[in-house]
Every structure is written in C-alpha cells, then in structure tokens.
Design a protein around this ligand. Structure first.
Ligand code: SF4
Length: 407
C-alpha cells in the first residue's frame, strides 16, 4: 500500500510526493561559516546525486555565509535546494538575517529545542511566519535525542496514573509522534499549507524507528522524511539504515531519505549519498547506473579472475556514466552479471541483459557470454576484460543510443 504524500511538494526544482521518485537528501559537516569548504562539500554531495542538501545554521557567522554559498553554487551551475538546519536560536537567526532566510530553500525546525514553556510557541510561530513570508517549505524534524521533554513528561505522568500503564518505550514513541503532529497542527493554524510541510521522527534504534514511522504514517497524510539518526559509520551504518529504510519504503512510507553516516577519516561525505542510491536501486525504486550482479565466489573457483572482472566492469561503468547518461537515456536500468562458475553462472547471466560466466576450477577454459537471455559468444584468450567491454559498448550503443544505428 502506498502511503506516500499524494500532493506535490515543490522545493525549487525538486518535486516530492507519491507522483515523484523518493528524494535523496544529505547534510554537510563543514562549519557553514567556512564558505569555501562548505561550497566544496556541497558540490561533492550534489555531484554524487544528492537532491536536497542541508547545512547547519547555528550562529550569526553561519547565517551570514548563506547568501555567498548560495550565489557561488548557483553561478557554478549547482541547483540542489539548500536547507537550513536550525536548533535553539532559529527564530533569532531567521529574523535577524532576512536575506539569508530568502536564500535558503527550506527550513528544518526541531520542535524539541525551539524553547521551553511559553517561549516554545512564540519561537516556533516566529519561524513559521518567516517561512510563510518567504514561501519556504518546512520540515518538522523530531529527533529521539532531543525530544520535547515537557511533552514526554506530560505523557509519562498521564501514563503512570493509568490502571494498566504502557511500556515506557511506547510512551516515548507516542511523544515523538505527538511532537510532530502537534507542531504540524500548530503550523497549519498559523497558515502553513499542507504541501509545504514535511515531518520526520528519527531515532537511532532500527526497530523503534520503524515502529514510530509506521504509527505516524497511519495517523497522518503529511510527506515524511525518513532517516535512522546516529546510524554509525561504514558497514554498520549502511546496514542499519538500509534495514530500517527498506522496511518502510517497501510499505510505501517515505518521500525523502537520508542515510546519516558517521564520517570515516579520509572518506568522502558523499558516501551517504551513494548509500541512498544503492538502497533505492537495490529495491528497484530508482535507477542511477547499470547494476552489476556478481557472485561471492566459493571453493569451485580457484582464481579471483571474476572478482577482478566484476570490479573492472563496475569501475568502467562509474567512469563512463556521466557521458552515457547524456548519450544513452535509460542505460541506468541495464543489468550485467559477472559470475564465477557453471553452477549459477549461465543462469544469472541469462537473467541479466548481458552476462559472463567464468569457468570454475574444474571447467574448460571457455567463457560464455549471454545477451538478452541467449548465448552470444564464447570468449577465449588473455584479454577477456577488453573483449567483454567491447561487447558491452556495442550492446549499449545499439539499445540505448539516441540516434539508432541501422540494424
Ligand atoms: S556461481 Fe559458482 S563460483 Fe560463484 S558462488 Fe556460485 S558456485 Fe561459487
């Protein structure tokens, strides 16, 4: 069942909602006041495929940097909408720097830290009014680590007085949901249209996060931004985020996603964008580049030739994708199999658009190549990679070329 938002939310050139693909979002980790470093990283994220880019806006210097960052990016041809991430002092910054407020394309407000008691409502409404004046969408981003403590205490106290009190985790989830829904209702009361609001309820535990989003999706029809917050680094972060996001996306929940990875020294921030692309493509929700299916190898193969071939083909695709995207529309849906032996090699190769099945340890040294399910040729010799790349290029040219070559 598709529970995505049925209208369209427009954030400059990006459309969000059930009629559009799930949007990929990322966030910089440079100090926003460091204009040069921020611009460099935003370009890196957009080049990798991030469609929305969020920046911390935590002080005067960060807010002052926004116009320069946005102007430079736009004049250099970068178009991804820029989102200001506000905590504690967003109402002050947005009011004090109207020009920067206009340059930002969307605001993120965390209702857990816009102020306490009577300050909460006035600070929150001040930000919503500025968003309305500038015609900007807003994400109400609730986070398990900064949940509105007054609301949590209110619900916990009420629960404790019940004859049969619920589990504390259940109340925590309810507080997350109520924080998002009450804030959205308040924003709507001030005048914010529904198609300018996006909600999120991020948590760091996979099961809790899935549960809270499922409940939120059942109780509202707002656009939802998905993310497992504080997911961790590298393999653990990607695995945990993919597990959580895949369950929800499969249930038709989520209009935009971010995979929040703890940065690894020396690695690009764009890893989080690549992880989002890999997740969406693995689920068949979006296509970014031809997918290489390769087997893990086992004792049936005594050489790592197919491992290198799979890597070489992946590298070849990455190197050529920019040109292919212009020349060969639809090439991103191509599937390629690179397999290690006769057990699954021919089968997987036939299912792919193009597949190559290298011989296992006890097999004859001939290498069948399949195209559209049929045996195309059998390769021999030492230049298998070059021969296979030639076949691949011919196939792509024939199938995806804008100007069809005569058959
Ligand atoms: S295709 Fe062959 S080499 Fe690859 S994992 Fe399967 S049995 Fe092993």
């Amino acid at each position: 069942m598709d529970r995505r938002y049925t209208e369209t939310i427009k954030i400059n050139n990006v459309n969000m909602g059930s009629k559009h693909p799930v949007v990929i979002q990322s966030m910089t980790n440079t100090p926003t006041a460091d204009i040069e470093a921020s611009i460099k990283q935003i370009k890196e994220l957009e080049d990798a495929g991030s469609e929305l880019i969020r920046l911390t806006v935590n002080d005067y210097e960060a807010m002052e940097a926004i116009p320069k960052i946005a102007e430079t990016l736009r004049s250099d041809g970068y178009t991804a909408p820029l989102i200001g991430d506000f905590h504690y002092n967003g109402h002050i910054l947005l009011a004090k720097y109207p020009e920067s407020a206009r340059y930002l394309d969307k605001y993120r407000i965390n209702p857990g830290n816009v102020g306490k008691k009577d300050k909460h409502d006035s600070n929150f409404s001040q930000m919503i009014e500025i968003a309305l004046k500038n015609d900007k969408p807003v994400r109400i981003g609730v986070n398990g680590g900064s949940l509105d403590q007054e609301l949590l205490t209110e619900l916990m106290t009420k629960n404790a007085a019940e004859a049969d009190p619920k589990d504390a985790q259940e109340i925590f989830a309810e507080a997350m949901i109520q924080s998002a829904l009450r804030s959205a209702a308040f924003a709507r009361k001030i005048g914010m249209p529904k198609n300018k609001l996006i909600l999120s309820v991020k948590m760091s535990d996979v099961q809790h996060m899935v549960d809270v989003y499922q409940k939120l999706a059942e109780r509202c029809d707002y656009a939802l931004h998905l993310g497992l917050t504080e997911a961790g680094s590298s393999m653990k972060g990607v695995a945990a985020s993919s597990a959580a996001l895949a369950i929800l996306l499969q249930q038709g929940i989520g209009d935009t996603i971010r995979i929040s990875l703890t940065p690894e020294p020396g690695k690009s921030r764009a890893e989080e964008v690549n992880a989002c692309k890999a997740l969406l493509q693995s689920m068949g929700l979006r296509f970014f580049m031809p997918m290489v299916t390769s087997c893990p190898g086992c004792g049936r193969t005594n050489s790592d030739k197919f491992v290198y071939l799979a890597q070489d083909i992946t590298n070849y695709i990455e190197q050529n994708m920019k040109t292919w995207k212009q020349k060969y529309p639809g090439v991103e849906t191509l599937t390629i199999a690179v397999m290690g032996c006769v057990v699954n090699g021919p089968g997987e190769s036939k299912q792919a658009d193009i597949g190559i099945s290298l011989p296992g340890s006890s097999e004859a040294p001939s290498i069948p190549v399949y195209q559209d399910g049929d045996l195309l040729t059998v390769l021999k010799g030492d230049d298998i990679k070059d021969q296979f790349i030639t076949i691949l290029n011919t196939y792509i040219e024939k199938r995806y070329s804008l100007v069809k070559t005569p058959s």
